[in-house]
Design a protein around this ligand. Structure first.
Ligand SMILES: Cc1cc2nc3c(=O)[nH]c(=O)nc-3n(C[C@H](O)[C@H](O)[C@H](O)COP(=O)(O)OP(=O)(O)OC[C@H]3O[C@@H](n4cnc5c(N)ncnc54)[C@H](O)[C@@H]3O)c2cc1C
Length: 264
């Protein structure tokens, strides 16, 4: 079957067009490989709605259109807290095309930016305006629908947010593991800890055990060691060509300790 590409001037039109079994095209770094391999057939829908490539300040945070690329985030001085994350995604060609919206739907071992947004408690704005926490979207991606934008608060203390990617090929390799940690402090105690990872499950997810080990306490070497020891508890890492589940489980604590150690 032939592939036809439809371009729609508004998100609303694109959403309507998707209603009848078409697939949405963001930057195409993943989808076009599937098209070229004959795995996607029929209708491909894209949108040229200007809001998809807009970055705008919003209260204590920012709203990033779903079509904004990694390169555009890296070039935006207001999004400095995300720069280490987007610079870790692929090489320059990939970053020029890869969108924040597409990263939310990228299968393992991808999803570095999604993990960072998960740690930061981002909210997803769907086409049509409905908002949902990023956790909900990541849990149910196959039926999620069209994402219009991502809203994320800036960490009040820039040192409270950290990101670490572990890959076999540097600087452009995909993740064996990635960790993002948001560790806000109030009066010397950690409040609202969020630790997210790529590589410890089928999609970017949080580590409830590591979060519990840190929440409410001081951030010191003992707390970091406790969180590191528990990070993979209750999680089910995948085995793939990069690493086995056993290996990911074994080394997860080492790398989380490294990241949190930098944030002490
Ligand atoms: C060589 C290479 C290296 C890479 N390295 C990394 C890496 O290091 N880290 C990483 O995280 N990823 C990596 N990726 C994966 C990919 O580039 C990124 O995840 C990228 O963000 C995907 O975005 P896209 O716009 O290209 O998505 P597309 O390919 O356009 O789409 C991917 C999926 O998302 C869906 N989608 C896209 N936009 C939306 C939307 N607005 N609403 C709903 N669904 C949508 C599409 O329908 C499709 O199912 C790499 C890819 C390649 C080819």
């Amino acid at each position: 079957m032939a592939v036809t590409v439809e371009s729609h001037g508004t998100i609303a039109e694109a959403q309507r067009a998707l209603g009848s079994g078409a697939v949405y095209l963001g930057g195409g770094t993943i989808l076009m490989r599937a098209v070229n391999a004959g795995l996607v057939q029929g209708r491909v829908v894209r949108s040229t709605d200007p809001s998809l490539s807009r970055i705008r300040p919003m209260g204590d945070g920012v709203e990033i259109g779903a079509g904004v690329t990694m390169a555009a985030i890296a070039a935006n001085p207001d999004l400095g807290f995300l720069h280490p994350v987007v610079r870790a995604v692929g090489g320059p060609q990939v970053r020029n095309m890869a969108s924040i919206g597409g990263n939310l739907f990228a299968e393992h071992p991808y999803g570095d930016l999604a993990a960072a947004l998960l740690a930061l408690g981002a909210r997803i704005v769907m086409a049509g305006g409905m908002q949902r926490p990023i956790e909900d979207l990541l849990r149910d991606r196959s039926r999620a629908g069209l994402v219009a934008a991502v809203q994320v608060s800036r960490p009040r203390d820039p040192r409270a947010f950290g990101f670490l990617k572990v890959s076999r090929v540097r600087p452009k390799g995909v993740s064996v593991l990635s960790f993002a940690a948001h560790l806000p402090r109030e009066g010397g105690r950690l409040r609202g800890v969020r630790i997210a990872c790529v590589g410890l499950g089928p999609m970017p997810l949080r580590s409830p055990s590591a979060e519990r080990a840190l929440e409410g306490g001081a951030l010191d070497a003992a707390a970091v060691a406790r969180a590191a020891a528990l990070v993979a508890e209750g999680l089910d890492p995948p085995t793939d060509a990069l690493a086995s589940a056993w290996y990911r489980r074994e080394v997860a604590g080492v790398h989380l300790r490294r990241l949190l150690g930098r944030m002490l």
